[in-house]
Design a protein around this ligand. Structure first.
Ligand SMILES: Cc1cc2nc3c(=O)[nH]c(=O)nc-3n(C[C@H](O)[C@H](O)[C@H](O)COP(=O)(O)OP(=O)(O)OC[C@H]3O[C@@H](n4cnc5c(N)ncnc54)[C@H](O)[C@@H]3O)c2cc1C
Length: 395
């Protein structure tokens, strides 16, 4: 369906967690919003989400397909650190249903959905942006949506970012996974996720097995060109007795690992989510940060429209980094140090057996806050870290 040349307060490009959240927030605030998405594609994703996301973004129970209550961390020498979640659980969602739920919720709030592929932004006589896209199923045709502001939430390969904001291409890990049917014989614990640190399966990231009820995501990631991600997932399936399970889908996508230096063009475009390079280093966690990024982009757009001052757009990045910049920095250092080789990975997994490390890791993941109330635990971890680093603690 083509819409007449109504000017929207904001056009959101991309209907993943970042774009759908931004569109919903803007519509709820009474602004006119168009949400443009390619439609029909399932985002390749492990689908693990923290309780903070479930709370902050009102995710209904029926979207949680599995509740994870422990992590099984495996070292290159097959030594294990079991990390039970002391309170609560990690949720697993299927992106096919999760993303569509968010888009439908945005539409119910008042956003107008458009299905098609974003092509570019043109400017009209008044200098306002006009989003040009190819409507779904109409090859070679172009449709236009006039806007006052644009949010670019079109993922890690964002065209909006490249055309409008920055020439900078984010550094990425490429992640690949296979969705397999859960074996009926009960050999997989549906409440446990496995995280494997082993240079043969990923030379610079990690591999995973995430149960999703009737299906399982088995995946790995690496920034090394030429490393066979498919070979590694095959090896992981072989090693864990999952080689014979039915393969439902094979898919992959880049994961950006560093927030871009600019998220806006100083005028009328602001980025959110993977388009802004916002995924936590070391863990590759992006859904929560994408939704928060969408929320902050929507807030910045509202402020820019209300005041007529486009400098408000820069607040999205500023507010995000105020809240999470420190954690991203720490995780970046962790990844650079602990994921270097199998010797450091072995020590890293050993460190994960420590109860203080487990408690602080879970609390930071679940609630997205650095734990401040237990300074002694931080001091203990610092010295334990040092011991592992220097090889004083035996792996
Ligand atoms: C294999 C893999 C496993 C992962 N596992 C996890 C995990 O377990 N937990 C976690 O938190 N994160 C995980 N991530 C990261 C997470 O998937 C992303 O960070 C998150 O999806 C980012 O959301 P987004 O809305 O910014 O972008 P996306 O989810 O990529 O959404 C972008 C949207 O834009 C649309 N789009 C793109 N280009 C255009 C265009 N030209 N025109 C119109 N629409 C367009 C797409 O159709 C899509 O709907 C994983 C990533 C990968 C690749």
């Amino acid at each position: 369906m083509e819409h007449a040349a109504e000017r929207f307060d904001c056009v959101v490009v991309g209907g993943g967690p970042a774009g759908a959240t931004a569109a919903e927030d803007l519509a709820r605030a009474g602004l006119s919003v168009a949400l443009l998405d390619k439609a029909g594609r399932i985002k390749p994703c492990g689908g693990a989400i923290p309780p903070r996301l479930i709370r902050d973004f009102d995710i209904p129970d029926e979207l949680i397909v599995a509740r994870i209550t422990s992590a099984h961390i495996v070292s290159p020498k097959a030594r294990v650190a079991d990390m039970p979640v002391e309170r609560g659980y990690v949720g697993m969602v299927d992106r096919e249903h999760f993303d569509e739920f968010l888009r439908v919720r945005a539409a119910k709030a008042g956003a107008q959905r458009h299905a098609g592929t974003y092509l570019r932004i043109e400017r009209d006589g008044g200098g306002h942006p006009v989003v040009v896209y190819e409507p779904k199923g109409r090859d070679g045709e172009e449709a236009r949506i006039p806007a006052r502001m644009v949010i670019g939430a079109d993922g890690a390969n964002s065209l909006v970012a490249r055309q409008e904001v920055t020439g900078e291409r984010p550094k990425c890990v490429f992640a690949y996974h296979e969705i397999i049917a859960t074996p009926a014989d009960g050999r997989v614990d549906g409440a446990r996720c496995d995280v494997v640190y082993d240079g043969r399966l990923s030379p610079d990231f990690y591999s995973w097995i995430f149960p999703h009820g009737p299906t399982i995501s088995v995946g790995t990631g690496s920034a090394h060109k030429g490393f066979s991600l498919r070979g590694a997932v095959g090896a992981l399936r072989e090693r864990t007795g999952l080689a014979d399970a039915e393969t439902i889908r094979r898919e992959g996508a880049p994961i950006p690992l560093k927030p871009l230096k600019r998220w806006d063009n100083g005028r009328d475009v602001v980025l959110a989510g993977d388009a802004a390079g916002v995924v936590a280093p070391a863990s590759g966690e992006g859904i929560y940060y994408a939704m928060l990024g969408g929320r902050l982009a929507a807030e910045a757009v509202r402020e820019a429209l209300a005041t007529g001052d486009a400098r408000a757009l820069a607040r999205a990045r500023k507010r995000f980094l105020q809240e999470h910049g420190k954690v991203f920095w720490i995780l970046g250092i962790m990844q650079a140090f602990w994921y270097r080789n199998d010797w450091t990975r072995e020590r890293f997994v050993k460190m994960c057996r420590d109860k203080d490390v487990q408690r602080l890791t879970w609390e930071a993941y679940m609630n997205k806050k650095l734990v401040r109330r237990d300074p002694l635990a931080h001091v203990k971890i610092f010295f334990k870290d040092l011991a592992h680093l220097m090889g004083i603690a035996r792996a």
